[in-house]
Ligand binder design. Structure first.
Ligand SMILES: [Zn+2]
Length: 201
């Protein structure tokens, strides 16, 4: 008998058709096939299983794709099905999904270097030290936002004074002729609206 021979199933009144190969992922069907079920039923070739027909769809999906794709509200019922069909790995996956705490999402506005730091990137960091893993956050950028920033420039063009008006002494102000003289320019910069995913407290 070809191992790709199809098998018809009647699960609680819902009909499915699949291959022996697919069914062999389940201990329950493996046992039946080893007992010669498929050979013995070659004529009718329909196996009745007295389980839920709707949920079997997700069992079959898992057998075919190795993936779990079901709404949370069915997880508990599907766990029973996974146990019945002897699918210990699926059972484990479901259990993990059932007890997973929902993630908490917060939204923040971050500047460039802060974004880089929380991401764990090092190219903004002159010291070439990466942000330690435990300080990184699970961040997704939703959108960059262009904004205008007012930047202070030292009237004496002393680079270390730029952006730090308090660093400028009298000499700097006097250089432009007035004690209260400050020089600002406006620059475009991007900030980032991000979502941060974290575990519930
Ligand atoms: Zn200055």
């Amino acid at each position: 008998m070809s191992k790709h021979k199809t098998i018809k199933l009647n699960v609680g009144g819902t009909f499915y058709e699949t291959t022996q190969e697919t069914l062999k992922g389940s201990g329950y069907f493996r046992n039946l096939l080893n007992e010669g079920w498929a050979e013995g039923n070659a004529v009718e070739n329909t196996l009745f299983v007295d389980r839920d027909g709707f949920l079997f769809r997700f069992i079959l999906l898992y057998l075919r794709t190795d993936e779990l794709d079901i709404k949370d509200k069915y997880l508990k019922s599907l766990k029973n099905e996974a146990d019945f069909y002897l699918l210990p790995r699926l059972s484990q996956i479901i259990e993990r999904a059932m007890y997973q705490e929902p993630k908490k999402i917060t939204y923040k506005l971050l500047e460039n270097d802060e974004l880089a730091r929380l991401y764990g990137l090092d190219f903004y960091n002159r010291a070439q030290t990466r942000t330690p893993r435990e300080e990184r956050q699970n961040i997704s950028v939703i959108t960059p936002i262009q904004c205008v920033e007012q930047v202070y420039n030292c009237p004496r063009r002393i680079p270390v004074h730029n952006n730090k008006p308090n660093s400028c002494g009298n000499a700097c102000e006097k250089a432009k002729g007035g004690n209260n003289y400050v020089e600002y320019e406006f620059k475009y910069k991007n900030i980032y609206l991000v979502s941060v995913e974290s575990d519930q407290e």
